[in-house]
Design a protein around this ligand. Structure first.
Ligand SMILES: Cc1cc2nc3c(=O)[nH]c(=O)nc-3n(C[C@H](O)[C@H](O)[C@H](O)COP(=O)(O)O)c2cc1C
Length: 361
């Protein structure tokens, strides 16, 4: 069985020095125009210094019309390149492999930021979103591809396409709502088509050593576990991917509809070809990391643990007994762990499980 300390070879590009990745974590530290701030570079570089084999950025908008949050990182225009270059250089110097998570909000894009109506696979007045035409679909695919090329130009080792959590690509995967009859809905193949086009487009437009990942939700957001498994199967068999990153929320959970098997069990048996399988969710210790690898994952991404320990990876690799500090933590701890004020404020507003709000000005 692989150990967290083992290197990871991928089908393309450089080896990762271990099996622990930083999960993509929205932190709202970017400048208003989507360019990187020094706080965001410092937060991510501290994780590279802290031993993570792969450091992934937060969800970065690939087109201005896809932006969801203020302070969101952008990879949508040449103006974003200088900051991205600075980050890629810094992560490389710290010895980590690097990836930009490519994101488009679809109907969850925020009109007060984008200035335009959101786009979606279907008409969705409740979200102030209009159904995409075929030209709109082609333009969205092109935005993902252009963003990947930008990440490559900036010096990143690769990108991860965000197909999880019900954003634009996840909306196309939504069985309950995407009944488009133009080839981009109505069947598992149709719903998955835009993802395939994005992956194939990126593969064709980037150099052969560029690492391409895909994040998927195994269930939820309008998909059943059966759908999720079918999408994962197609992704792994596509021969396009270096890795599939399964966003399980909790690696130890069962599917919402129950059953004896854990959610993870529905995925680790799929044929992978050359692709690697990563899992994310509620991994807080060396023992948890090893449990995921023993279950059949090739690598593990860590979110909460990395927020409260910039060096979660180094600690976990050095100590089989390591367990992350209990949460919530104080604002002071977050500052010491190199989170900037905007990130701390975002966590305090949205994630009471992470940060103690009272008495910690
Ligand atoms: C503050 C915060 C921001 C997040 N931002 C993103 C994101 O930008 N993209 C994404 O795919 N998932 C995002 N997630 C989900 C995490 O990547 C991860 O899947 C989830 O937190 C479960 O893993 P954990 O228990 O190790 O944190 C976010 C989670 C948190 C707590």
């Amino acid at each position: 069985m692989p150990q967290p300390t083992d290197e990871l070879d991928l089908a393309h590009g450089p080896t990762w020095k271990n099996r622990i990745a930083l999960a993509p974590l929205t932190n709202r530290q970017s400048n208003d125009d989507g360019s990187l701030s020094q706080d965001e570079v410092a937060w991510l570089t501290a994780r590279a210094d802290g031993g993570f084999g792969l450091v992934m950025t937060a969800a970065a908008f690939v087109a201005p019309a896809g932006q969801v949050w203020r302070g969101q990182l952008g990879v949508a225009s040449p103006e974003h390149l200088p900051g991205l270059r600075r980050l890629a250089d810094s992560l490389r110097a710290a010895g980590a492999r690097s990836s930009v998570q490519l994101h488009h909000g679809g109907r969850r894009a925020e009109r007060s930021i984008t200035g335009v109506a959101a786009q979606c696979p279907w008409d969705d007045p409740a979200h102030d979103a209009v159904a995409m035409t075929l030209d709109d679909v082609a333009a969205a695919v092109e935005s993902f591809v252009a963003a990947a090329v930008r990440a490559e130009q900036a010096g990143f080792d690769g990108v991860e396409v965000h197909g999880a959590h019900g954003y634009l690509l996840g909306q196309f995967l939504d069985t309950s709502r995407n009944d488009r009859a133009d080839g981009y809905g109505g069947s598992p193949d149709g719903r998955f088509r835009i993802v395939c086009e994005v992956l194939a487009g990126i593969r064709a437009a980037t150099r052969s050593g560029f690492q391409l990942g895909l994040r998927l939700s195994p269930e939820g957001f309008g998909t059943t576990v059966q759908d999720g498994r079918e999408y994962a199967r197609q992704a792994l068999e596509s021969d396009l991917l270096d890795y599939l990153d399964l966003s399980l929320w909790d690696v130890f959970m069962r599917p919402r509809k129950g059953g004896d098997a854990l959610l993870i069990d529905h995925f680790v048996d799929l044929p992978r070809g050359e692709a690697r399988l990563g899992v994310t969710g509620n991994v807080r210790s060396t023992a948890d990391l090893q449990w995921c690898l023993d279950k059949g994952a090739d690598f593990v991404s860590v979110g909460h643990g990395a927020i409260v320990h910039h060096d979660f990876a180094a600690r976990a690799l050095a100590d089989p007994q390591f367990v992350a500090r209990p949460m919530p933590v104080s604002v002071d701890v977050l500052r010491e762990e190199k989170l900037g004020p905007a990130f701390v404020e975002y966590l305090a507003e949205t994630f009471p499980d992470v940060v103690e709000v009272s008495g910690n000005g």
